[in-house]
Design a protein around this ligand. Structure first.
Ligand code: URA
Length: 302
């Protein structure tokens, strides 16, 4: 796909996300646009060109334009929709056959992203995400650290190793779940080689459409938000201490906020580790995973 196509798609998605975050729930679209949005995107390769007859030269055929990004510009938002204006419906994830391709296209767009020029200039890698795109369980963290930036994979440093242990303690492997971050680039640290900083609200708002699309494609049964930034990004709520351990919902998907593994490493308090494990037990229950006595009593029997 061309850079222009990607830019147009990104701009459209960002515009809609921006409207949504400002509380707009309807946009005015023409019936023609709606029809185009509802029709499947057909890649050029899938278009079957009949053998050209003498009367019709092959050049007169052109593959249908991809529906969504090429749709007519969206008119100004309206809060109270007129009867003839249909609300934008939730579009269910595409069938599995298209999912890998859609995911790959999304990844391609994210890897080429330069919407935050400072982050793009400082990064070694765009850290898109890792794991099973059919995962039932998806973890969302804050942003890549120095190790993740160097390796192009989320959660590979000390916090990542702890996350891997937590995942394995449930009986799953890292490869069976999906792991991503609110930000795909490491927050730059001007003048410093090491250290981390929290993403700015502007960086989060700019980057989060990629995560929304990842979640919409994966459609995990359960999301785990690791730490305050992940909760803020996905739920627009603050206060991880109060929010953790309770079920929330992100676009119809049960979401469990819990502490970030880096927090556990910083404080090393057994009580906090136990809380995270209790949150994970709730996640396992929600997923219908078997829970052994040993797992249940990890922190109750020393
Ligand atoms: N590494 C990540 O990928 N995300 C975090 O939130 C922390 C470390």
């Amino acid at each position: 796909m061309s850079a222009d196509y990607n830019q147009l798609l990104d701009a459209t998605i960002q515009h809609l996300e921006g409207l949504k975050s400002r509380g707009v729930r309807h946009v005015a679209v023409t019936p023609e646009t709606l029809r185009a949005l509802a029709s499947p995107v057909r890649p050029a390769a899938a278009v079957s060109f009949k053998a050209a007859t003498p009367a019709v030269a092959p050049r007169t055929f052109s593959a249908p334009a991809p529906a969504a990004p090429m749709a007519k510009p969206i008119a100004a938002p309206v809060i109270a929709a007129k009867p003839e204006i249909a609300p934008v419906a939730f579009i269910p994830p595409p069938p599995v056959a298209d999912k890998a391709a859609a995911f790959a296209a999304l990844r391609e767009r994210a890897l080429a992203c330069v919407k935050c020029p400072n982050l793009a200039a400082a990064r070694q890698h765009v850290v898109f995400g890792v794991g099973n795109i059919d995962a039932q369980l998806m973890f969302v963290g804050e942003a890549p650290g120095a190790d993740g930036d160097a390796q192009g994979e989320p959660f590979v440093g000390a916090a990542g190793q702890l996350l891997t242990k937590i995942i394995q303690a449930t009986g799953l492997s890292r490869a069976e779940v999906y792991i991503a971050n609110i930000l795909k680039c490491r927050p730059d640290m001007p003048g410093q080689a090491s250290g981390n900083r929290k993403p700015t609200p502007a960086e989060m708002e700019t980057c989060i459409p990629y995560l929304h699309e990842q979640i919409d494609l994966i459609r995990p049964k359960v999301l785990v938000a690791l730490g305050g930034t992940a909760v803020e990004g996905l739920l627009h709520k603050t206060g991880i201490m109060k929010l953790r351990g309770q079920w929330h919902e992100y676009r119809g998907i049960p979401l469990m906020p819990t502490y970030h593994p880096a927090y556990l490493l910083r404080y090393q308090a057994m009580a906090e580790k136990r809380r995270v494990w209790e949150d994970m037990l709730q996640v396992m229950e929600k997923l219908g995973m078997p829970i052994s006595e040993k797992q249940r009593n990890f922190f109750t029997k020393a």
